[in-house]
Structure formats: structure tokens, C-alpha cells
Design a protein around this ligand. Structure first.
Ligand SMILES: *Cc1c(COP(=O)(O)O)cnc(C)c1O
Length: 338
């Protein structure tokens, strides 16, 4: 039994998802004639209370489009030092939009409204223009941590007072909504743009969506085209998204429970130095000096259990739709033997 905990992106579409995909009505999306893509976009826009949404092949492209929508070359975006847009998008912020990131030293990928206030550049011409604040929820490198919504609202006020755009990288927002018992609508109310992933916890083979109001989203499709992201009969893929939104959100709690149970076992092991707090489906931990990352991951790999090292002495496991109860039981038993 192969147990793959490297990421929640390793899931494969289930039979029922595939059947739903096969029945999709499709058309040429470049002519905006793909009924299923249009349906998915309307559905997500409505969930967030926004007037517009656009389907993307990847979360990276959706975020990169948002950065471009909110900025001009030379501008600066305020984000956490752990931000996906800064660490894991291949330098796209500078490549695609010609902008720099002002990194905040947050806590597990989250920062405060005061930190934002202090990071805004003064108006003098020799500073780069601060034009955007970016928040990630849940935080990826921060171990699936969920933001305090009150802090997000305070940051919104700072954005309003300083004429800044506000973008949410919500690749795993679904996990936060379930964990915190929050609604998509409240996020739609405070952010100008939001990207969400369908291909992580929700189990789709591909797909992300960017939502916002018409005024800012008007140019999104042009930018997506410039980035090479136009698609044709993408309705088969959008159908997976519709299926996932209807069937796979509530069950995320199951992933969270499993992650917590893994955390409990890990903390019992003498070779583990620390386990970061576990809120959703990501488990980040450190080993003590008696064993190296490589030795530990190799040891698990020999038992066909796969996890990743994040560098800096940190290791990561992510629970997901394809991580079954049987796998979970076997893994917990295996941990006890280490
Ligand atoms: C996965 C992820 C993305 C998008 O990644 P893609 O692989 O391009 O779909 C964006 N932000 C965060 C926080 C992520 O975890």
C-alpha cells in the first residue's frame, strides 16, 4: 500500500468525479462558449458575492494575474516572508509584473494590520509605490495555519485608508472555511480579488479560479491570455470543479482530524524535536539531531510512505482525499515502531 503524504495535490479524480466530467457540455472557451466553464465561474463568483470569476489552469497563474491587475511595474506588494507568491512562483512577481515584495516577518505566514501600516512606503518619489497587500489563507509554508478574520478586517481598513488593493491567495481557503466555520461570502466582502484552488484538498485534476468584481476583473482574461492560459473545451475540467465544490468541501474535516492524529503520534516519538500546531491538513515537524531528514524520509520510503523535506530542518506531511482510513491506520502503526 503506497502512502503518499507529500502533498494534497497528489489526488486522482474519483470514478464519480470522472463520470460527472464526461457528461460536461463544452464549447470553445476562447469564444466564451463553454457552458460548463461559464457555470463554474458563475457558481464561484456567487459563493463569494463577487460579480466576476475566471477559470485558470493553475493557482500560480491566478495569483500572477491578480498581481498584474493590482500593480504597475516598479510597485511593491506587501506579503509575508513565507508567501507562496514570493517563495514558490518562480520569481513571477518580478518577471511578470515588474514588482518587488516587501516581506513581513509574520507568525506562521500571518501578520498584523500594524505590520502592514509600518511597511507602507511614504509617498516620496524615490520610494517604490506600495499598491497591494497579499494574504494567504491557509498558509502553506506556515503549516496550514488559519487567519484570525478580525485581523483581516483590520488590514482591510489599512488598505482603504492607504488606497491599496487587497488580494487573498486562497489556494487552501476551503480548509480555513471548514476549520473556522466561516463563509466564502465574508471573504468576498473584504478582499478585492481571491484565488482558490480546485486541485488540492478538493481533489480535481487541475484548476484554480480568480474572483473579483467586474471593475478589476475586466482585464483578467487579457492577462490570462498574455500568460498563455487561454483554454478551449475546458468544460471537462471545470466540471470536476463543480463536482468538487458540491461534494468535497465538508469532508475536509476528515483530513484535518487525520492530520491531528498524526501530530499526536509524532509528539510521542523521541526522534522528533517539535511539531508545529496543526489546524488543518498540513503537518510540519522537526527532527532532533539523532537522525537526519534524509535518513528519516528514506526510512519511511522503505515502507512505501512518502513525505517531503522542506529544507531548514523541517519536514512536511499533508493529508488529503486519497489518504484513506486504511492508510492512516497503517501509518499510525508504522510511526509507533520508529
Ligand atoms: C498550491 C498553491 C498555489 C498554486 O499552486 P499551483 O501549483 O500553481 O496550482 C498558490 N498558493 C498557495 C498557498 C498554494 O499552496
Amino acid at each position: 500500500m503506497r502512502i503518499d503524504l507529500r502533498s494534497d495535490t497528489v489526488t486522482k479524480p474519483t470514478k464519480s468525479m470522472l463520470e460527472f466530467m464526461m457528461q460536461a457540455q463544452v464549447g470553445d472557451d476562447v469564444f466564451r462558449e463553454d457552458a460548463t466553464v461559464n457555470l463554474l465561474e458563475e457558481k464561484i463568483a456567487k459563493m463569494f458575492g463577487k460579480s466576476s470569476a475566471l477559470f485558470f489552469p493553475s493557482g500560480t497563474m491566478a495569483n500572477q494575474t491578480a498581481l498584474k491587475l493590482h500593480t504597475n511595474p516598479g510597485d511593491q506588494v506587501i506579503c509575508d516572508k513565507y508567501a507562496h507568491i514570493y517563495n514558490y512562483e518562480s520569481g513571477g512577481a518580478s518577471f511578470n509584473s515588474g514588482i518587488s515584495c516587501k516581506l513581513l516577518d509574520g507568525n506562521r505566514g500571518m501578520f498584523t494590520a500594524n505590520q502592514v501600516k509600518e511597511a507602507i512606503n511614504p509617498e516620496a518619489y524615490y520610494y517604490s509605490k506600495t499598491s497591494l497587500v497579499e494574504v494567504e489563507n491557509t498558509t502553506n509554508k506556515g503549516g496550514g495555519a488559519c487567519w484570525d478574520f478580525d485581523e483581516i478586517k483590520k488590514i482591510r481598513t489599512v488598505c482603504d485608508n492607504n488606497d491599496l488593493g487587497f488580494h487573498l491567495d486562497g489556494a487552501r481557503l476551503w480548509n480555513a472555511l471548514v476549520y473556522k466555520n466561516e463563509r466564502a461570502l465574508q471573504y468576498g466582502e473584504v478582499f478585492d480579488t481571491i484565488s482558490v484552488c480546485l486541485s488540492k484538498g478538493l481533489g480535481c485534476p487541475i484548476g484554480s479560479v480568480l474572483v473579483g468584481d467586474d471593475a478589476i476583473m475586466k482585464e483578467a482574461i487579457r492577462i490570462r491570455k498574455i500568460f498563455g492560459g487561454n483554454m478551449r473545451q475546458a468544460g471537462y475540467l471545470a466540471a470536476a470543479g463543480i463536482y468538487a465544490l458540491d461534494n468535497n468541501i465538508d469532508r475536509l474535516k476528515n483530513d484535518h482530524d487525520k492530520a491531528k492524529e498524526i501530530g499526536v503520534e509524532l509528539t510521542k516519538l523521541s526522534i522528533i524535536k517539535a511539531v508545529e500546531p496543526i489546524e488543518t491538513n498540513i503537518v510540519i515537524f522537526e527532527l532532533n539531531s539523532s537522525i537526519s531528514d534524509k535518513e528519516f524520509t528514506n526510512k519511511l520510503a522503505q515502507k512505501d510512505i512518502h513525505i517531503i523535506s522542506m529544507g531548514g530542518g523541517k519536514l512536511r506531511m499533508v493529508t488529503h482525499l486519497d489518504y484513506t482510513d486504511a492508510m492512516h491506520n497503517k501509518f499510525l502503526e508504522t510511526l509507533k515502531t520508529l
